[in-house]
Ligand binder design. Structure first.
Ligand code: ADQ
Length: 468
C-alpha cells in the first residue's frame, strides 16, 4: 500500500499522547496517514530574520513524520499575509474590492512553493501518493513535476472557485490555472466551484470536459470532481448530548433567564458576513418589539489574520455594529448581543450549539462552512433547533432542511429569524432528520476516503506539458 504525503500551509500537530488536535480535517487526515504511514509537511509557524531560513524540524509519531519548515519574515509577509490572504482569498471569495495585488508578493508566493518542493523531494518514495491542500500551495505540483516527481498528486481546494469574470481580474490567473491543471486530481467543495473552474478553462479556450470526471486542460488530462468536506458527525452528536455538566454551558443557560438563544460562530473574517448578520438581527428586533428581552444572539468570533489590514478594519466594523445594537435596544437587564472573541473547546461549542434554538450561518461566500454542519449534528433529536443558512455557503448544496437566506437581504434574514423561532416541533424534527441523515453518511472520514480513492485511481503523472 502507498504511503500518503500531505502538504498544507499549517500542520495540526498531535498532543504528547499522539491524539490529533480537535478538528475534523486533522482527525480524518491523521487516520489516513496512520493507515500506511506517511508525512505531513507544512510551515512551522516560525518566521526568522534570515533571508533563507534553514530550519526544518521533523517529529516522528505513530508512523507519521511531521516535517515543519521555517519561513523568513519576507516569505511570511509576501506568501501568506500577502498573495495568499490579500489576493487569492478575497478574489476567490468574489471580493475584488479587497484584493491588493503586488508583484513582489506574488514572487514570494512562488518562492515559498519552490522552497516546499525543494524540501519535499528528497523525502519522497516512488509509490507515495501526495495530497496538497488549499490556495496557499496551488503551484506545488508544477514545482514537483519540474523536479522530476512522477507520483500521483492530488489537490483539494477548501475555499470557493470564482466565476471567470472574477478570476480573470487576477493578473496571473493563467499561471494559477496552469498550476492547478498540473495535478492528477483536483477536488472542489461543490459542483458550483467545479463548474466555475471548467467555465474559466472554456472561456480562455484552455480546456473542457473530455469524458465524465475528466478534463482536458492545457493539453493534459486532469480528473476533477466535487468532494464536499464533512465533519465528525457522530463525535459532535455525542459531545453535545453529554454537555449537561459543563459549567460554561450551564452558566450560559441560566443567564438567559428563559430567553431564546441564537448562535453565530465564525472566524472573524469578512467572508462570514457577521456585520450584515447583526444588522439582520437588529431588523428582527425592530420588527418584533414584543421580543425585547426574550431573545439573545451569541456571536463567537475569534480574531483571525490580524496582520492583514482589511481584517482589522472589519473587526472595528463588527464591534461598532454590536455596540450600536446593544446601546439602542438593550436594557439594564438584557443585552441583545453577546459578542466574544474567544476560542472555545469542542465540548463547549457542541453544548452551546445544542442550547441555541437557531444557528445563524450567513456567510457572503464560503467554500463549505463547517459550523452549519456542527450546529445540526449537535441538536437534540427530540427538540432540534433550526439552521438559517446563506445560499452562498457550500453547505447549502447539501443541508436542504435549513431555511435559506440571501445574506445581502437584511429583511429576508430578519424574517427567517422570526420563522425559525416560531417553527412547530414536527417541522423542526423533519428538517433536522433530513440533514442529520446526510451528515451521518457523509462525514469527514467519508470525505477523506472518497478523495483518496479517486486519487489512487488517477493514472500516475499523466501530464507531458507540466514539466516545461
Ligand atoms: P474556515 O473559513 O475556517 O474554513 P469553517 O468551515 O466554518 O471556516 O470552519 C471553522 C472551524 O473553526 C469550525 O470547525 C469551527 O467549529 C471552528 N471554530 C470557529 N470559531 C471557533 C471558536 N470560537 N472556538 C473554537 N472553534 C471555533 C475553511 C473554508 C471553509 C471550509 C473549511 C473546511 O473557508 O469554507 O468549510 O475550510 O474545508
Amino acid at each position: 500500500m502507498s504511503r500518503l504525503v500531505v502538504v498544507s500551509n499549517r500542520v495540526p500537530l498531535p498532543d504528547e499522547n499522539g491524539n490529533p488536535p480537535p478538528g475534523g480535517l486533522a482527525v480524518a487526515v491523521h487516520a489516513a496517514l496512520r493507515k500506511n504511514g506517511g508525512i505531513w509537511m507544512g510551515w512551522s509557524g516560525r518566521s526568522t530574520g534570515e533571508e533563507e531560513p534553514q530550519g526544518l524540524t521533523t517529529l516522528e509519531q505513530d508512523k507519521i513524520s511531521y516535517v515543519l519548515t521555517d519561513l523568513s519574515q519576507a516569505d511570511l509577509d509576501e506568501y501568506y499575509n500577502g498573495f495568499a490572504n490579500r489576493v487569492l482569498w478575497p478574489i476567490f471569495h468574489c471580493r475584488l474590492d479587497l484584493a491588493e495585488y503586488a508583484r513582489q508578493e506574488m514572487a514570494g508566493y512562488f518562492r515559498v512553493n519552490r522552497l516546499f518542493a525543494d524540501r519535499l523531494v528528497p523525502m519522497l518514495e516512488p509509490d507515495d501518493v501526495i495530497w496538497v491542500h488549499d490556495y496557499h500551495l496551488i503551484p506545488l505540483a508544477q514545482e514537483l513535476r519540474k523536479r522530476g516527481v512522477r507520483n500521483r498528486i492530488g489537490f483539494f481546494l477548501h475555499i470557493p472557485w470564482p466565476p471567470a469574470d472574477i478570476l480573470t481580474a487576477l493578473p496571473v490567473y493563467e499561471i494559477i490555472m496552469r498550476g492547478l491543471a498540473a495535478y492528477d486530481l483536483v477536488g472542489f467543495q461543490t459542483d458550483y466551484d467545479l463548474d466555475n473552474f471548467v467555465g474559466c478553462l472554456r472561456r480562455e479556450g484552455w480546456g473542457d470536459w473530455s469524458t465524465p470526471g475528466w478534463l482536458r486542460a492545457f493539453d493534459k488530462e486532469v480528473a476533477a470532481a466535487a468532494f464536499p468536506i464533512g465533519i465528525e458527525t457522530g463525535d459532535f452528536a455525542r459531545l453535545a448530548a453529554k454537555t449537561d455538566g459543563l459549567d460554561l454551558v450551564t452558566d450560559m443557560q441560566q443567564s438567559l433567564h428563559g430567553s431564546s438563544l441564537i448562535i453565530g460562530v465564525d472566524r472573524l473574517d469578512y467572508s462570514k458576513g457577521i456585520a450584515a448578520r447583526i444588522d439582520a438581527f437588529e431588523r428582527y428586533l425592530m420588527r418584533n418589539p414584543d421580543q425585547a428581552g426574550k431573545v439573545t444572539l451569541l456571536q463567537v468570533a475569534p480574531h483571525s489574520r490580524s496582520d492583514v489590514p482589511e481584517y482589522l478594519e472589519m473587526q472595528g466594523q463588527v464591534e461598532s455594529h454590536c455596540g450600536r445594537v446593544n446601546g439602542a435596544h438593550g436594557t439594564i437587564e438584557w443585552v441583545p448581543i453577546r459578542y466574544v472573541n474567544q476560542s472555545l473547546t469542542r465540548p463547549v461549542l457542541a453544548g452551546l450549539y445544542r442550547l441555541a434554538k437557531v444557528g445563524l450561518v450567513t456567510p457572503l461566500r464560503d467554500g463549505m462552512n463547517l459550523v452549519a454542519k456542527e450546529y445540526v449534528a449537535s441538536q437534540d433529536p427530540a427538540d432540534p433547533g433550526v439552521l438559517i443558512l446563506s445560499r452562498f455557503a457550500g453547505a447549502a448544496r447539501e443541508l436542504d432542511g435549513a431555511i435559506f437566506i440571501n445574506p445581502y437581504d437584511t429583511e429576508q434574514t430578519a424574517g427567517a429569524i422570526g420563522r425559525a423561532l416560531s417553527m412547530p416541533l414536527d417541522e423542526r424534527i423533519a428538517r433536522w432528520r433530513r440533514m442529520m441523515d446526510h451528515l451521518e453518511s457523509h462525514d469527514v472520514l467519508w470525505w477523506c476516503r472518497t478523495f483518496l480513492a479517486a486519487l489512487n485511481e488517477a493514472p500516475e503523472d499523466n501530464g507531458a506539458l507540466t514539466r516545461e
